[in-house]
Write a protein that binds this ligand. Structure first.
Ligand SMILES: Nc1ncnc2c1ncn2[C@@H]1O[C@H](COP(=O)(O)OP(=O)(O)O)[C@@H](O)[C@H]1O
Ligand SMILES: [Mg+2]
Length: 243
């Protein structure tokens, strides 16, 4: 099955404030693509456009599923989620008073996933054994790293065709960032998941990305066809590697 996400010339913002000035990116089947950008450059806004939370003023966003084009602009978020696009939001957005298991089950609400709850829950527990042993624990009482695993697990409950991950490293100690990033890599390697990840942690993101884009003030300033191309880029050296 082929899944591809295409964003073309997207302009978007909030009220009179334009944040994205003609952004184009593509994520091909089974690729992990990183959208690199420091704070406030429009990463989350772009992800929200893909999910239908922010409506672009111009441009196209579409999926290609087995060669068939499905336009996303104008569709409500529920419909986009039903098409298999799932978000691991910035800041995780768990329900802290609900248990781990309840949080996971809430990820399975899309009709296509409801039928496969048992299978997807087993898959989540296999990927994140910690979630199985903590299934009755309140989400809010877990550590930051565990909560990030839970947020990813919840997204997997929707059996996504395309996974959007918004800054998984935020607020985590370096050792936990490595663990979370390692898990995303495992999903990509074992299950050929298609992933678009927004990050500002260059070293961690490029551990798992196949390639990526650098967004600066709502414009794609550089496209690296490999992580090596990214690491050799002057913007990256200046802003991310401190060279
Ligand atoms: N809901 C909102 N209303 C108004 N401005 C917003 C809103 N969300 C984000 N912005 C602004 O849009 C710009 C890009 O933000 P964002 O997409 O969150 O960047 P990033 O995810 O790269 O940190 C920032 O200037 C931010 O203040
Ligand atoms: Mg953001």
């Amino acid at each position: 099955m082929g899944n591809r996400l295409v964003v073309r010339d997207v302009q978007a913002g909030y009220g009179a404030v334009r944040v994205l000035h003609g952004v184009s990116i593509e994520v091909n089947d089974a690729e992990t693509v990183v959208l690199l950008g420091t704070n406030g450059n429009g990463k989350s806004t772009l992800i929200k456009c893909v999910l239908g939370i922010v409506r672009p003023d111009a441009g196209e966003i579409f999926l290609e599923v087995d060669g068939q084009r499905i336009d996303l602009v104008g569709k409500p978020p529920e419909e986009i989620v039903n098409l298999g696009v799932t978000l691991v939001p910035e800041g995780r957005r768990l329900f802290p008073k609900l248990t781990v298991e309840e949080n996971l089950l809430l990820g399975a609400y899309r009709p296509g996933a409801r039928r496969h709850i048992d299978r997807n829950l087993a898959f989540c527990f296999e990927t994140f054994p910690i979630l199985r042993s903590r299934r009755k624990q309140r989400a809010g009482s877990m550590s930051g790293g565990e909560q990030q695993m839970l947020a990813i697990g919840r997204a997997l409950m929707a059996a996504p065709a395309i996974l959007l991950v918004d800054e998984p490293s935020v607020g985590l100690a370096p050792v936990l960032v490595s663990r979370v990033i390692g898990k995303i890599k495992e999903l990509k390697d074992r299950y050929q998941l298609t992933v678009l990840m927004a990050e500002q942690n260059f070293n961690q993101a490029t551990k798992i990305a196949d390639r990526g884009y650098i967004i600066v003030h709502g414009r794609i300033e550089f496209e690296g066809h490999s992580t090596r191309e990214l690491s050799e880029n002057e913007l990256v050296k200046k802003y991310y590697l401190g060279v």
